[in-house]
Ligand binder design. Structure first.
Ligand code: F6R
Length: 607
C-alpha cells in the first residue's frame, strides 16, 4: 500500500510531485522518493522516512517537466533507502503500488538473464522486466509486454531515459487516476494528490494503461484496444483535502462530521413525502421486496458500521442480516444466492479483502450494493449499485467521519427497505427522518463539549488497558471505540458486548483499568448498571457515555458524558463522536502521530 504520482507538463514537476506526495502520505509513510528529468537524465532521490526527510535531499528550485514520486508502506523488504522507490534499470524508472505475487519466479528468470537486483522489493522485477522488453521496443509496448507477465496487483507510473517526454500509467487491481490541468497531466493513486491543480479527472479501469505525452493522452487496454473516456469533474476542493487550521487531519475530520453527515443526507430525502428517495440507492424496482436475506461485508471500522446496520435492518425491516468480515467471507464456502442482497461497506472502495468478497458475491449471482466514499473507486465501479457517502476525502488513517456517514447511510437504507416491505407506518418513518435530519446539529452540540473529553483523556492517558462495553446496537460502537483507541494511542483496548463481561473479561478488572460503558435508554440499561456495579465492586474505574434519556443516577462512575436524545438507531452516531475524541486526545497526549499511526495505512489494498 503506497501512494504514487507522476507529472508531465509545464509546471515545476519536482515541486508538484512533492506536494502531491504529501497528500498521498496517508497511504504509506515509511519511505519516500522522487525521480525527475533534469534535461539530460533522470535523477533519483529516495530515503527511509517521511516526505520531509526526502525534501531535505532535493532542490525544489531545479527545473523539470517530468517527475514521478512514491510514498511507501513496506510489503517486501524493510523500510530502508535501498528499498524505497523509484526503482530503476538502465533506462526505465518507475514507481509501484501493489504486490507482485510471482516476483520470485521472475527474479530468478531475470537474474539468469544478467539483471542485478539491489533491493528486496517485488517492484524491482517490474523495472527489469520492462527494461528487458524496452531494449527492442518502445516504452508503451514494453510496459504492455511486461504487465502480461505480472501476477498480482499493480498501479505503475513508468518513465524512460529513451523517451523523457512520456509517462505510462498502468492500473491492475490497485487504484490509478489521471488528472488533467491547463498545464499538464497527473497520474496518481488518489484524486487529492492533484486537487490543488485540477478537478478534471479520468478514472482508469483495471487492465488499462494511460500513455501521456505533452500533446495529450491515450487510454489503451492491456490488449491494445483504444478506449475513449471523457474527463469528469470531481466536486472536491483542495481545501477539503488539507488540514484547514486543525492540528491534525483526524481532528479536522472529527469536527467535519456535522457537515459530512449533512452531505450524506443531502438530496437523499424526498421532503414532500418525507421518505427516502429510492433512486439514491440505484436499486432495481422490486429488489427490496424480493430479497430473502441481506449480507453485509466489510473490514475494520466499516465492519463495525455493518454490525450497527444489522440491528437497524433486522429491527426495522424484519429480514435476516448476516455481517461478515471480508477477509473471512472471501475464503469461506459461503452460502450466498441470487435472492440475497450483498452490501459492501468501504470508505476507500479499494480494500483488497472487501473487493475480493464483492467479486465473489457477484460471481455467485448476488446483487451487490457498495456503500462507499471514494468516487470512481474499484468497489463503486464494480458494484451493481452504489450509494456514495459524500463525506469528502478522509485523510487521517483512522476512520472517523466516514464511519458516522456509513451509519447514516445504513439508517436511510433501512428506512427505504422498511417502507418497501410495508414494515413501517408513515408517521414513524416521518419521525425517523426528522430525527436523522437533526443529527448534524446534535453532533455539533457534542463537539462543543470537546474540553470535557480532553479532561478525560488527561486522566486516563497513562492507563495500559481499556475495556469498552455496550449492549445491542451500542455493542459495535464499543468495538469501534476500542479500535480507535488502540490505533491512535497504542493502548490495548477491547470492545465487548456488556452481557459477555462475566464470561471472561471481568478477570482483567483491577484498580488501574478503566471500563467505558455505553448506555442507552430501555430495559437493558438496568443490566448494564449491574455490570457497572460489578466493575466498581472489583475496584475498577468506570467511565459512562450515556444518552440524555437515561435518567438513573450512576454514582459509581468517575465520569459521565451525556449525548443528546435521539432515537435508538441514531445513538451510535452520537456516541461515536466522543469516543473518537477520547482516542484522539489520548493519542496526542502520548505524543503520537495520530494521522499516521505506526504500522497502519489508510487504504489496505493488499491482503
Ligand atoms: C480504522 C480504519 C480501518 C478501515 C478498514 C476498511 O480506523 O480506518 O479499520 O475501516 O481498513 O477500510 P475501507 O472502509 O476503506 O474499506
Amino acid at each position: 500500500m503506497c501512494g504514487i504520482i507522476g507529472y508531465l507538463g509545464k509546471g515545476n514537476a519536482i515541486d508538484i510531485v512533492l506536494r502531491g506526495l504529501k497528500r498521498l502520505e496517508y497511504r504509506g509513510y515509511d519511505s519516500a522518493g522522487v525521480a525527475f528529468f533534469n534535461g539530460g537524465d533522470f535523477e533519483i532521490r529516495r530515503c527511509k522516512g517521511k516526505i520531509r526527510d526526502l525534501e531535505a535531499l532535493i532542490q525544489v528550485s531545479l527545473n523539470s517537466n517530468l517527475a514521478v514520486g512514491h510514498t511507501r508502506w513496506a510489503t517486501h523488504g524493510v523500510p530502508a533507502d535501498h528499498n524505497a522507490h523509484p526503482h530503476c534499470s538502465d533506462s526505465v524508472v518507475l514507481v509501484h503500488n501493489g504486490i507482485i505475487e510471482n516476483y520470485l519466479v521472475l527474479k530468478e528468470e531475470l537474474t539468469s538473464l544478467g539483471y542485478q537486483f539491489t533491493s528486496e522489493t517485488d517492484t524491482e522485477v517490474i523495472v527489469h522486466l520492462i527494461e528487458h522488453f524496452h531494449r527492442d521496443m518502445p516504452l508503451e509496448e514494453a510496459v504492455r509486454e511486461a504487465t502480461g507477465r505480472l501476477h498480482g496487483a499493480f498501479a505503475l507510473v513508468v518513465v524512460s531515459r529513451k523517451t523523457p517526454d512520456m509517462m505510462v500509467g498502468v492500473r491492475k487491481d490497485s487504484p490509478l487516476v489521471m488528472g488533467i490541468s491547463e498545464d499538464g497531466y497527473f497520474l496518481a493513486s488518489d484524486v487529492p494528490a492533484f486537487l490543488e491543480w485540477t478537478r478534471r479527472v479520468v478514472f482508469l479501469e483495471d487492465s488499462e494503461m494511460a500513455v501521456v505525452t505533452p500533446d495529450g493522452y491515450r487510454i489503451v487496454t492491456f490488449d491494445g484496444r483504444e478506449v475513449h473516456r471523457s474527463p469528469t469533474t470531481v466536486d472536491w476542493t483542495a481545501s477539503m483535502a488539507d488540514k484547514g487550521g486543525y492540528r491534525h487531519y483526524m481532528l479536522k475530520e472529527i469536527h467535519e462530521q456535522p457537515s459530512s453527515i449533512a452531505n450524506t443526507l443531502r438530496g437523499r430525502i424526498d421532503l414532500s413525502r418525507m421518505a427516502v428517495n429510492p433512486g439514491e440507492f440505484m436499486l432495481p424496482d422490486g429488489l427490496l421486496t424480493s430479497i430473502n436475506r441481506v449480507f453485509i461485508v466489510a473490514c475494520g471500522t466499516s465492519w463495525h458500521a455493518g454490525l450497527v446496520g444489522k440491528y437497524m435492518i433486522e429491527s426495522l425491516c424484519r429480514i435476516p442480516v448476516e455481517v461478515d468480515l471480508a477477509s473471512e467471507f472471501r475464503y469461506r464456502r459461503s452460502l450466498i444466492s441470487r435472492g440475497d442482497l450483498f452490501v459492501v461497506i468501504t470508505q476507500s472502495g479499494e480494500t483488497a479483502d472487501t473487493l475480493a468478497a464483492q467479486r465473489e458475491a457477484k460471481r455467485q449471482g448476488a446483487f451487490t450494493l457498495s456503500i462507499c466514499n471514494v468516487i470512481g473507486s474499484s468497489s463503486a465501479r464494480e458494484a451493481d449499485a452504489v450509494f456514495y457517502l459524500h463525506s469528502g476525502p478522509e485523510i487521517g488513517v483512522a476512520s472517523t467521519k466516514a464511519f458516522t456517514s456509513q451509519l447514516v447511510a445504513l439508517y436511510l437504507f433501512s428506512l427505504l427497505m422498511a417502507e418497501a416491505r410495508g414494515q413501517i407506518d408513515s408517521s414513524l418513518r416521518r419521525q425517523m427522518l426528522q430525527d436523522v435530519m437533526g443529527i448534524p446539529e446534535k453532533v455539533e452540540g457534542v463537539l462543543k463539549r470537546e474540553s470535557e473529553i480532553e479532561e478525560m483523556a488527561r486522566r486516563y492517558s497513562n492507563s495500559k488497558d481499556f475495556l469498552y462495553l455496550g449492549r445491542g446496537i451500542l455493542y459495535p460502537v464499543a468495538l469501534e471505540g476500542a479500535l480507535k483507541l488502540k490505533e491512535i494511542s497504542y493502548i490495548h483496548a477491547e470492545g465487548y458486548p456488556a452481557g459477555e463481561m462475566k464470561h471472561g473479561p471481568i478477570a482483567l478488572i483491577d484498580e488501574q483499568m478503566p471500563t467505558v460503558f455505553l448506555v442507552q435508554a430501555g430495559e437493558l440499561r438496568r443490566k448494564v448498571f449491574s455490570n457497572i456495579e460489578e466493575v466498581t465492586a472489583r475496584g475498577g474505574r468506570v467511565i459512562v457515555f450515556k444518552s440524555e434519556d437515561v435518567r438513573d443516577p450512576i454514582p459509581s462512575a468517575e465520569h459521565i458524558f451525556e449525548v443528546p436524545r435521539t432515537n435508538e438507531f441514531l445513538e451510535p452516531v452520537l456516541m461515536a463522536v466522543p469516543l473518537q475524541l477520547l482516542a484522539y486526545y489520548i493519542g496526542v497526549r502520548k505524543g503520537y502521530d495520530v494521522d499516521q499511526p505506526r504500522n497502519l495505512a489508510k487504504s489496505v489494498t493488499v491482503e
